[in-house]
Write a protein that binds this ligand. Sequence first.
Ligand SMILES: Nc1ncnc2c1ncn2[C@@H]1O[C@H](COP(=O)(O)OP(=O)(O)OP(=O)(O)O)[C@@H](O)[C@H]1O
Length: 295
Amino acid sequence: MNADIEREQFEAMKSKVREEALKAKGPMAMALKDIRHKIAILSGKGGVGKTVVTVNLASALKKKGYEVCIFDADLHGPAVPKALGLYGRMDVVSEHDHPGHHDLRFNPLLSSNGIKVVSVASMWASQDQPIMWKGAHKMRAIRQLIASVNWGRADFLLVDLPPGTGDEVQTVMRSIPKLDGMIVVTTPQGLSTMVCTRAISAARELEVPLLGLVENMSWLKCPSCATEMYPFGKGQGEKLARLMEIPFWGKIPIELEMGECVDEGVPFVDEKPDSDFSKAMDKIVSKLMESLGEN
Ligand SMILES: Nc1ncnc2c1ncn2[C@@H]1O[C@H](COP(=O)(O)OP(=O)(O)OP(=O)(O)O)[C@@H](O)[C@H]1O
């Protein structure tokens, strides 16, 4: 009996010490304390399919029973809420932090397949409202937004980054506590892989682990004869991965119905679970688990 009480007291003391240590590390560490893995999705060039990969990777993880959150770090072109059919605003709640102190916090939006989503697109009444922040304001906004969200408990936080190596990308690389690493998205085009090299080098400079590289829009199955076609060239993604010494996690096909799914806010892996795209996403999930030592 005494031993039980002592153990309980010891556990309570341990969790208090942990809480205090987290508080000392800052509000972002506190807000993200119950999220096991934090992964950012990076690309050099725009329009290579980062959002499509983020949303479908999140949905593929969710289908496997993991709790997943997405942070849309693209302040100027936030696209995650729309790709998950979310048009509302995040609720703002007033929380009693300690006596006499009220803290305003956001509750993430919840997609119909159970993914928590946080985006600047979901902060204002009109999704058409442009964001005019620059430099230091953007960095502060990202840090404050992450710190002011009730993320709750989750297995994964996926961060959809804007293209390039600008303020938002650097802020995420520098300030997300215990970032597990990055997944790099490119397309087979020489231009995309070239620009991607710069983003990879930036991650290296900031000592952020590069978990894996995927080549999106790699190939297309001819709808009439099922022949595999490579409209943007072949092998560039794999070559880039080899050159930059990043594990290559596979080729994601072009799906002709993707645009429709994005417009309807339905993840492709949910709409077409047996498609080549969904198989490629499942492979990426396995590679991710392997790299995190979760297998
Ligand atoms: N595998 C795919 N098959 C077919 N269409 C795709 C595929 N991946 C992406 N797309 C299409 O390409 C376009 C760009 O995709 P997406 O918005 O995900 O790119 P992004 O890299 O996030 O762009 P941004 O630079 O704006 O952040 C979209 O219209 C999307 O529907």
